[in-house]
Design a protein around this ligand. Sequence first.
Ligand code: HEM
Length: 504
Amino acid sequence: MTLQFSYIEILVSLSLLILVLLNLVNRIQSKHSALNLPPGPRKIPFIGNMHLLVGDQPHRALRGLAMKYGPLMHLQLGEVSTVIVSSPDVAEEVMKTQDTIFASRPEILAVKVMSCDCPGIIFSPYGDYWRQLRKICTTELLSSKSVQSFRSLREEEFLDLCRWIASKAGSPINLTEKIYSSAYSLTAKAAFGKKTKDQETFISIIRVATKLAVGFEISDVYPSIKLLPLISGLKSKLKSLQQQADRILETIINEHIVGNSGKTAMKVKHDLVDVLLKCQEDENILPLTRAQIKSVVLDIFSAGSETSATTVDWAMSEMLRNPSALKKAQDEVRNVFKGKNVVDEARFNELKFLKSVIKETLRLHPPAPLLLPRESNESCKIDGYDIPIKTRVIVNAWAIGRDPKYWKEAECFQPERFLDSSVDYKGKSFEYIPFGAGRRICPGMSFGIANVELPLAMFLYHFDWNLPQGMKHEEMDMTEALGVTVRRKDDLFVTPVLRRPFPV
Ligand code: HEM
């Protein structure tokens, strides 16, 4: 069937569309006109301030605007009333003083489609269901005890990686690709018992999905226009990603069900998936559907792997760009483990400089520069300004971490600044919040840091590193890619030189 429209029909449709849009603008304007909203740039009818985010990385564009309008700034992103937080004081107000009001997450189309409308732990609204999931993930996977119990898994995974690197000594390698692949394998082995055979497909699905989940997609800022994601093709793109991911997730879950059938409860080897499956039968807690289990698995796989790998990748990049920091870190590791075949996690508390390198990397390159969006679940006031219910709140942790008011030579990589500093990433120092803060602070902090420290210590102990031929360290490209997690735009290519051979 072909569709044919006359000019009259097109004109009528366009007029109707304009009327709908004007009505929408009126509704938004009258809703906000009586309120004392935080300062912000002038809003253009219908698009609000969307045009100000075009072109640059959102965290960079938002910092530029905050310099003009202040650390609590109101933006109208299409239909979505949004508040941008860019100072430690306001961040503390949102994530500590009024944390319960801002502990929810907004609905993002990519998350909605990928999770079949059953968000897992990361995007579920604040409430009992989120509390239950967070408790399960913390107890079964992310507690200090669990992180400790995964030590041999970590050692095995990164030893394999370093052996591979050693086999390529003298030739350029794509270090980024290998770092991500190991991080994903490790999360899979810890959370689901083994690496999935479809890992590379899964990684590429997650990469595309996280790009689309930033929350600035056109369909996320005009949620009432249901046709938009259909017209733009976003819905079908997401649906196809969801179907591919679903096949892999189904396999992971079915393998657990088959593997455990016939075994007594004592004999079942418990990983996160087993525990989630058991929740389906437990009458004392909120039952979990299969879709919800799949969402949690997807959440842990992506949140657990992307962030740690991104940190390792940026830390190596920064050290290569700053040879004196690389040398100091190398000297420290080689000194502490002098005469040993391999590095030993038990002595990592002696690696003060390496720990400062990691902290400095997380300051300059927080893997989630805008953390994860929050949403107010009631109206409230901040600094005397009105924050209506359902306002989206974005905390620019990246801008806060580079604010010269709080950091000397803020743009420079200087790990020394953390050596004698009490500033930590555990959510108490609001000038430094790479893991967020408050109720929704990252529960995977210890797991993540362990997965960053070990590969870095091994890279420094066993290898020297050269940049591709002819490249000067100060010429290294540090451009960022777009996404919820901000990785390097281009992969890091380096030539390893083996210095300490591995035990056979
Ligand atoms: C360097 C490593 C990591 C960094 C920088 C990081 C950063 C973050 C950030 C910024 C948030 C949002 C916090 C907020 O809204 O205030 C978050 C949430 C989360 N992270 Fe991490 N993360 C890391 C590693 C991990 C790991 C290894 C896991 C799990 C294996 C994990 C699981 C989660 C989960 C489940 C949430 C959602 C928490 C909630 O909404 O209640 N993260 N992470």
